[in-house]
Ligand binder design. Structure first.
Ligand code: PBG
Length: 327
């Protein structure tokens, strides 16, 4: 008599059989490559805590765009590192700001490659918070909304294909939607960072963007990692406000949230495999503790299995190469 275990084994006996019954697929087109475009960098400048990732000049970003397109990646995601920061974060919405200029240059060089722009003030404020501060020294949610909407419109004007607000202010998706519609960008979709947790895994990113809060932390607006149901509520509110896609971030320890958000919203879900998750694999691989290609492809495939349609990953280019070698 055949036990169930034995029947399963028969389908694992060869690469052909395993391929025939594989439930989850990972392709370069599922991956989004984040890039840091810095106003003051000539060429590229390494980021100490993210080996293999650089801060890029606009020309270097265009080079990366060519590479990304050749590898068949789904999209780029742009973050700006401005020369000057101020209290309001005004560099975020300048028509010729670093993200706007990089978007124009990339869309000119690689018109088919999708460009997603991150909408947040933390890279542009001198205090490093994601919004403007009120009289009490905490982030003023409502005063921030207008500035985020202005930023989003400036990105759309520069040619961004998808607008991704990562600030976690209440009401920002609706405000941005209204402003985009009013300015003639009704066709530009919004990818909302709906479930963004106050995470220790953003450390290297803040290093890269110089965006660590000068005081306090982000727990007033980012979510408690202990809360899964709240993540679903956040996502549903963003859907109501007009989000076209939703994001869960970080990714590795949040597979349950990715699945739950996907189930509840029915929308395409992106997972952000963040800087600390990248750095962790890099460090272990450098020490000889892990086989980097195998670990990365396992992580990315598992995020797809959890429910991510799209994955933002600093490993995107490497993963595309490793996938090509496998086949
Ligand atoms: C900005 C933003 C952050 C990340 C993406 N957008 C950092 C933060 O909230 O401090 C982190 C991405 C990463 O760690 O790779 N709000």
């Amino acid at each position: 008599m055949a036990f169930p275990k034995t029947r399963m084994r028969r389908l694992r006996a060869s690469a052909g059989l395993r391929g025939l019954v594989r439930e989850t697929h990972l392709q370069p087109g599922h991956l989004v490559l984040p890039m840091f475009v810095a106003e003051t960098v000539a060429g590229s400048e390494p980021i100490a805590t993210m080996p293999g990732v650089d801060r890029l000049s606009i020309a270097a970003a265009v080079e990366q765009a060519h590479e990304a397109a050749a590898l068949g990646l789904g999209a780029l995601m742009l973050f700006g590192v401005p020369a000057e920061k101020d209290e309001q974060g005004s560099g975020a919405w300048e028509e010729d700001g670093v993200v706007q200029a990089a978007t124009r240059a990339i869309k000119l060089a690689e018109p088919e490659l999708l460009v997603i722009t991150d909408v947040c003030l933390c890279e542009y404020t001198d205090h490093g918070h994601c919004g403007v501060l009120g009289d009490d020294g905490t982030v003023d949610n409502d005063a921030t909304l207008e500035l985020l909407a202005r930023t989003a419109v400036s990105h759309a004007r520069a040619g961004a294909d998808l607008i991704a607000p990562s600030d976690m202010m209440d009401g920002r998706v609706g405000t941005i939607r209204e402003e985009l519609d009013g300015e003639g960008f009704a066709a530009t979709p919004i990818l909302a960072y709906s479930a963004k947790f106050a995470s220790a895994f953003y450390g290297p990113f803040r290093d890269a963007a110089g965006s660590s809060p000068a005081f306090g932390d982000r727990r007033g607006y980012q979510m408690d990692p202990a809360n899964g149901r709240e993540a679903v509520r956040e996502a549903l509110l963003d859907v109501e406000e007009g989000a076209d896609m939703v994001m869960v971030k970080p990714a590795l320890a949040y597979g349950d949230v990715i699945g739950a958000v996907k189930q509840a919203t029915g929308l395409p879900v992106a997972a952000y495999n963040v800087s600390g998750e990248y750095a962790m694999v890099k460090a272990a691989a450098a020490a000889g503790y892990l086989d980097e290609p195998a670990a990365v492809l396992e992580i990315l495939t598992s995020l797809r299995r959890a429910g991510a349609d799209t994955i933002v990953s600093y490993h995107a280019k490497d993963a595309a190469r490793w996938l090509a070698e496998q086949t």
